[in-house]
Design a protein around this ligand. Sequence first.
Ligand code: 6PG
Length: 233
Amino acid sequence: MNKVIFETAQLAVEKIAQEFVEYSKQDRPVHISLSGGSTPKLLFKTLAQSPFNTAVKWENLHFWWGDDRIVPPSDPESNYGEVQKLLFDHIQIPEENIHRIRGEANVEDELVRFTKELDLVPNHQFDWIILGMGGDGHTASLFPHQTDFNDPNLAVIAKHPETGQIRISKTAKLIEQAKRVTYLVTGASKANILQEIATKDAKDLPYPAAKIQSKNGITEWYLDRDAAELITE
Ligand code: 6PG
């Protein structure tokens, strides 16, 4: 496991924020995919504050999501809605740089529309895909025992196995094309599954977060000390 262990979650997100500054210095559109759930909220809040809110050349960054829930942006469950509230409302970023999944739309229609929008990413190869990991080893909305790792499409409609919540997610194939995949995982609740992923072969695990890696780029884990507490090697 290619990991970086940070003393705190705040230090982990500050490292990511600093890398946003670096990426934004490139004079070309840089396509970054954000994770959802609660972990990255600290990142969005940090990016909205000094120095990052003015150090990042936002006009060069294009934001996408690994997945989103099929709910309106105003719904607290909306991954896009959270970023709008915590970050986009506090910075100057062109509207056309925000490539949200339209959770308010009909899900089949949105899958077609969103898949088409992904053609804006050259060769469908993201510069950076930041992912989270659920306690069950899911990532984006790719869940254990219900993910087709060979699905050739770019995006897929998924159903949360416990809540039944409908989502649209990037497919494993799309994620694996990225130049860089970073799993941002923090908190003691993830320590057990991380220890398993760090010590067992991914082919012996049902966890999409263990199996999905960049095929031609780098895959890394940004962990805080709490999440990494059981990892010895
Ligand atoms: C989602 C996320 C999902 C998330 C994990 C971890 O839409 O739910 O994309 O993959 O990253 O469930 O969520 P927490 O950060 O809340 O633990």
